[in-house]
Design a protein around this ligand. Structure first.
Ligand code: ASP
Length: 431
């Protein structure tokens, strides 16, 4: 069986086993000592250990990979003065898709009315964390110390440093050339590490999902069915309708190839709930399987994992309407427009880590004059929705990479159009 199928199978098996454990533990059909053993040795033992090691190994590769890939990419671009247009197009596309995502979410959620007539009470407390000021977000993009930026895995700062370094390298004559060779080799080696880690992915994905689903209270979905299914439906719509249209209309490429090759990345995004931790796999897929040159992918993917969160924006749109309806507040057109702007800004300043969307939702609600405690209403089902929206977030990064690369003549159409099986075969032969 090929790797993609093994990962997908592991995903299904993890969800199934986790759900069975969940049912067993909650039905009372298992004796107390048996469930204690199950919890201690398997769920919080083996599964947790394997899952944590898997996520740690992914995170381990993020900084080295982004650094070397972006240095290679920007030094390749250094001479051609394309850096500015690529950055402009990428950021423009990210803002546009996020704005589109939240706008569609607001319109559809208003039409469906998931919170209409509900009077929910909750005893869950939610205290909003203070949101960073926009000014600080902008100033913080610029690193004072590259080592600190790397130690903290601060993606935007690493991007700025790598861009400058790569640019300077391409303008540094002979020494720059020598160093460029070193970074190209290093990129090849780190990519190989990602490939190795992917072999371990079926076990990691299985362990993460089995653990998560054994403790996930899915019962809450029934109480919040309107909210849950409106949001899940919109996420699917964005992934399978909006992105394909954008790929076709703006990128001029067939969406089927991207959707097929992104499946392993989805499994990583779904099981880790973190676009940041998924960067190595997204980057590898976008470069090696979608054919985006690393001068574009090295920039678009890490930037997207940080500033582009379409799935999160959709959640914030639906959650705003849902909370407004539950609290019986009518939102004016001005307030809705404010929601769109805040959702876009909120996604820029926060990294792609689990649950961050709920924290920035506080910003959006505050801006719309809604009670922030409303977040407590939806917290119960957020874990699963976080997994789903992270899938959309990483897909958006890949779509932008392809669209920008195509417009810059940096998309290898032979690779893009090749089927996943053909690429697998090439890889096997190459190694
Ligand atoms: N978990 C999401 C991500 O990493 C962010 C969020 O919506 O919470 O992309």
């Amino acid at each position: 069986m090929n790797l993609t199928n093994r990962i997908l199978l592991a995903m299904v098996a993890g969800i199934a086993l986790g759900s069975i454990f969940n049912a067993m533990l909650n039905s009372g059909g298992v004796s107390e000592s048996a469930s204690a053993i199950l919890n201690a040795y398997l769920i919080d033992g083996l599964f947790d250990v394997v899952g944590q090691i898997f996520v740690a190994s992914l995170k381990l590769l993020v900084v080295p990979l982004v650094l070397v890939s972006l240095i290679c990419g920007s030094s390749a671009l250094g001479d051609s003065a394309r850096m500015g247009p690529i950055a402009g197009k990428t950021i423009g596309f990210y803002l546009f898709t996020t704005g589109l995502a939240v706008s569609i979410a607001l319109v559809v959620a208003t039409a469906i009315g998931p919170g209409q007539g509900l009077s929910l009470v909750t005893d869950t407390e939610f205290t909003a964390k203070a949101a960073p000021a926009l000014k600080d977000v902008i100033v913080n993009i610029f690193p004072t110390n590259p080592v600190k930026a790397m130690a903290e895995a601060n993606m935007l700062q690493i991007i700025v440093f790598a861009l400058l370094f790569g640019y300077a390298m391409s303008h540094a004559g002979e020494p720059g050339q020598r160093l460029a060779g070193f970074f190209r080799d290093a990129e090849g080696v780190v990519m190989r590490m990602v490939a190795l880690l992917m072999e371990f992915a079926p076990y990691g994905v299985f362990a993460l999902l089995a653990r998560l689903f054994s403790s996930m209270g899915l019962g809450a979905i029934l109480d919040l069915a309107g909210y849950f299914f409106t949001l899940a439906g919109l996420l699917v719509f964005h992934g399978f309708v909006v992105y394909p249209i954008l790929l076709r209309l703006i990128g001029g490429v067939s969406p089927a190839s991207l959707l097929q090759k992104m499946r392993p990345v989805w499994a990583f995004a779904f099981s880790t709930s973190s676009s940041g931790a998924t960067i190595p796999v997204t980057l590898r897929t976008v470069e090696k399987r979608l054919g985006v040159h690393n001068s574009v992918a090295g920039f678009t993917v890490p930037l997207g994992a940080t500033i582009n969160m379409d799935g999160t924006a959709i959640m914030q749109g639906v959650a705003t309407i849902f909370i407004a309806q539950v609290y019986g507040v009518d939102l004016s057109a001005g307030a809705l427009f404010g929601v769109v702007l805040t959702a876009i800004l909120a996604s820029i300043g926060t990294a792609g880590v689990p649950g961050v969307g709920l924290i920035t939702l506080a910003l959006v609600l505050e801006q719309a004059g809604l009670p922030v405690e409303g977040i407590a209403l939806i917290i119960g089902v957020d874990r699963l929705l976080d997994m789903l929206r992270t899938v959309i977030n990483v897909t958006g990064d890949a779509v932008a990479s392809v669209v920008v690369a195509k417009s810059e003549g940096q998309l290898d159409m032979d690779v893009y159009c090749a089927t996943a099986e053909q690429l697998d075969e090439c890889e096997v032969r190459a190694s």
